[in-house]
Design a protein around this ligand. Structure first.
Ligand code: PHE
Length: 493
């Protein structure tokens, strides 16, 4: 922090900018790619219901805690945690929470940009009309063709990394704030246009039934755990991204009458969580009608976005237009997320004395280099596996299934048990004491129990030799492409 108490990285211009930036982080491939296919693979409405409960009971309380720690610390997660550990008179080992986050961000970034790169190609494929009226095998062929070509996958990865680093390198206000101010409204607009389009589609009723009719008999232990894990990933918690964004959140806001008011973390974060959930549900309501109207299977798995959807758009009038709009939407969503994933390590390097552009180039280059392994996991390195996983599968599994839950658990413990209550309450600026008490109880008890279960279960799942592929259930948070790379032959993704 500088002397006047402003974080050295800058501060969002308003509470609304924080909401846009945090929503930009949360809304990403998790909402548009993963949520619909996981819903499809886990049997529809019952999964959606459990997912919503997880968001409300586990995800939101941790998100509030993470933002609170960030705003109190005012620096990168590493230095915020160092400061908070000192302030609360506990071991400086708590700094490790921030370091773990920066490391997870670095690892997650290395493969997030690989998948982001695929989405760039699809904007082009749709806009060029190459897929118009294509047959199922042709659409599949396009996807396989991109995957099989290491140069193409690497080119996409490179482009997406450069896009991310250009924004990050410009700084919090001139880079991140400026980009989310444009990309987020664009994303909401595109989603509304596509939603309007889906409303008129024949499959809309079937899609609604699929998403919201709860058939509890379709719920398995596995799908419950998948829902907990996904709630975590989709809200961007456990990695420090939201903590870093919290550090740039203003403490006060000036209302229309010129009166200064404290910015309450709870209601602000609630808005972000609601936006994230609404976008995931709307993405489902955009994708499934197109799938149903064309008689395709909703349980297609990871290929739902990259194979089934282009196939469906190939059949409908103006499909090339709406298809390209759809993939532009995915690019915007993934871009604002990858920016937030990179922020914790970049902010930390800046605090070490690097300039913003230098820090962005350094993190970008390192993550890009590591990402080469992930990019090649779909082609030249696809036969090299460890614990039955490709390089991509392994980095992906370790980050999402191990590092994020551990990070989230530690954040919950620190905020719920370690930090001085007076500080917590002051920072949260919650209006109602009862709400605060519920939040704290959830953080202290419910979150550790839920996360402990997910952690043990997903570890057990992940280290088991490759799960039986005929199971229609997607294992907890084993991300899509990961499965595509390992358990499903390339032609079947
Ligand atoms: N929430 C993002 C998504 O849904 C991914 C993400 C995870 C971003 C963790 C930041 C931190 O795609």
């Amino acid at each position: 922090m500088s002397k006047d108490n402003t974080p050295i990285h800058g501060i969002w211009t308003s509470r609304w900018v924080f909401i846009l930036a945090a929503a930009g982080s949360a809304i990403g491939l998790g909402n548009i790619w993963k949520f619909p296919y996981m819903t499809g693979a886990n049997g529809g409405g019952a999964f959606v219901m459990v997912y919503l409960v997880c968001i409300a009971c586990v995800g939101m309380p941790i998100m509030i805690a993470e933002v609170m720690l960030g705003r109190r610390g005012g620096m990168s997660p590493v230095n915020s945690m160092r400061k908070l550990a000192r302030e609360n008179g506990v071991s400086s080992r708590w700094t490790g929470v921030g370091a773990l986050g920066a490391l997870s961000g670095f690892l997650l970034l290395s493969f997030y940009t690989v998948i982001g790169g695929w989405t760039l190609f699809y904007v082009w494929e749709m806009a060029s009309g190459a897929l118009h009226q294509a047959s199922a095998s042709e659409v599949q062929g396009v996807f396989d063709g991109i995957m099989a070509n290491p140069w193409l996958v690497l080119a996409g990865h490179t482009m997406f990394m450069v896009m991310t680093m250009v924004v990050i390198g410009r700084g919090v206000v001139r880079g991140i704030e400026a980009s989310v101010r444009i990309l987020m409204p664009l994303l909401f607009l595109l989603l509304l246009v596509l939603f309007g389009y889906a409303l008129t589609s024949d499959g809309f009723g079937a899609a609604l039934r699929y998403l919201f009719a709860v058939d509890v008999s379709r719920l398995t232990g596995m799908s419950v755990l998948a829902a907990v894990g996904h709630a975590f990933f989709t809200l961007s918690i456990g990695l420090g991204a939201i903590m870093a964004y919290g550090a740039y959140m203003p403490r006060n806001t000036v209302d229309g009458k010129g009166v200064r008011k404290p910015v309450s973390i709870g209601s602000t974060v609630l808005t972000v969580g609601v936006l994230d959930t609404v976008v995931a549900l709307m993405a489902g309501m955009v994708i499934f009608p197109v799938v149903f109207a064309n008689g395709l299977a909703p349980s297609e798995g990871p290929g739902l976005l990259f194979v089934t959807l282009p196939l469906a758009f190939a059949e409908v009038p103006l499909g090339a237009l709406f298809g390209s709009l759809f993939f532009i939407l995915v690019v915007c969503a993934a871009w604002t997320s990858s920016i937030s994933i990179a922020e914790p390590p970049v902010a930390w390097l800046v605090e070490k004395g690097f300039s913003r552009p230098q820090a962005a180039v350094l993190v970008g280059l390192l993550a890009w280099t590591l990402g080469i392994g992930s990019a090649l996991s779909f082609n030249v390195l696809s036969d090299y596996t460890l614990f039955g996983k490709t390089f991509f599968g392994l980095v992906d599994f370790v980050t999402i299934n191990i590092m994020l839950p551990v990070g989230g658990l530690l954040i919950a413990i620190f905020a719920g048990w370690v930090m001085k209550e007076t500080h917590v309450r002051k920072e949260l600026a919650m209006k109602r004491f009862g709400v605060y008490l519920v939040w704290r109880a959830v953080l202290r008890v419910v979150v550790p129990l839920a996360l402990g279960t997910v952690f043990v279960f997903s570890l057990w799942q992940g280290l088991k030799p490759a799960a039986a592929p005929e199971s229609p259930t997607v294992p907890v948070e084993v991300p899509a492409a990961d499965q595509g790379a390992e358990s499903v032959p390339p032609g079947k993704l």
